[in-house]
Design a protein around this ligand. Structure first.
Ligand code: SAH
Length: 239
């Protein structure tokens, strides 16, 4: 269950034991009897709402090994590539599995295939999938630069250092009209990727900036996450 207070602090918990926060604790009995929508009082009087967690909570609470993506980037990849239940998707690399969780949630009951070359990262990802009860992801120990086994894909999603090396394989694996997305921290990587796409794709490359506002003062927050990555979204026009 998800426990959330009025200050935006969130906790994803099993609810089978006493739960301590720095704002007070909730007892196992309170948690075991709690239903979605209940408001629980901690020993300090602090109120906690009981909610059902969803994928946005999972991606924010996932254990992170290699650099994982943020929600704004995940959302844009899914949105700009038109994903829906049943879409056929392959991604590389898995990393901590944060993007995997987000994509798998959308395409279910279809299974997401995810390639990863490092077994230690694949293990972190598998633990995240297990923790959140996500079963429609298969992590393959494979180097995408060597080829893609799958065919008729709606999306090949890349988050790795040399995405241009996967472009020849993506063309074989994608449906005409399918998408290739690539997320890179450096524009030099995006440029090399786009050069490799040639004229087979219609594509765009953009930054994703999320500037939050302080609504009590009605002005932007002083601080923001200034840079995560550049996204290239490309749609295959011909084989
Ligand atoms: N999108 C992931 C983070 C990916 S980090 C997340 O949201 O959690 C990049 C990952 O790509 C690393 O784990 C790295 O080991 C893997 N990788 C690098 N080159 C690869 C290749 N050629 N094939 C498959 N995986 C690769």
């Amino acid at each position: 269950m998800l426990i959330i207070d009025d200050h935006g602090n969130t906790y994803l918990i099993k609810g089978d034991a006493d739960f301590h926060t720095k704002y007070g604790f909730l007892t196992a009995v309170q948690l075991q009897n709690a239903k979605i929508g209940d408001v629980l009082s901690a020993n300090t009087g602090r109120k906690f709402h009981v909610l059902s967690p969803n994928v946005t909570d999972f991606v924010q609470k996932a254990k992170r090994g290699p650099q994982a993506m943020t929600l704004k980037d995940l959302s844009l990849i899914a949105g700009f590539s038109g994903l829906h239940s049943g879409s056929r998707v392959l991604e590389a690399g898995t990393g901590s599995g944060v993007l995997s969780i987000f994509l798998a949630n959308i395409i279910a009951p279809e299974k997401l295939i995810s390639y990863e070359i490092r077994d230690d990262f694949a293990e972190i990802a598998r633990k995240n999938f297990q923790k959140f009860g996500i079963t429609n992801i298969e992590v393959k120990s494979k180097d995408i630069y060597q080829g893609i086994d799958e065919r008729d894909l709606d999306l090949v999603s890349l988050d790795l250092a040399e995405p241009w090396l996967a472009v020849p394989h993506a063309k074989i694996a994608l449906k005409v009209g399918g998408y290739l997305s690539s997320y890179s921290p450096s524009i030099t990587q995006s440029k090399k990727l786009v050069d490799a796409l040639g004229d087979d794709y219609q594509h765009e490359t953009f930054e994703t900036l999320k500037r939050e506002w302080k609504m009590d003062a009605v002005r932007p927050h002083t601080q923001m996450l200034g840079h995560t990555g550049f996204l290239t979204i490309a749609r295959l026009l011909k084989k």
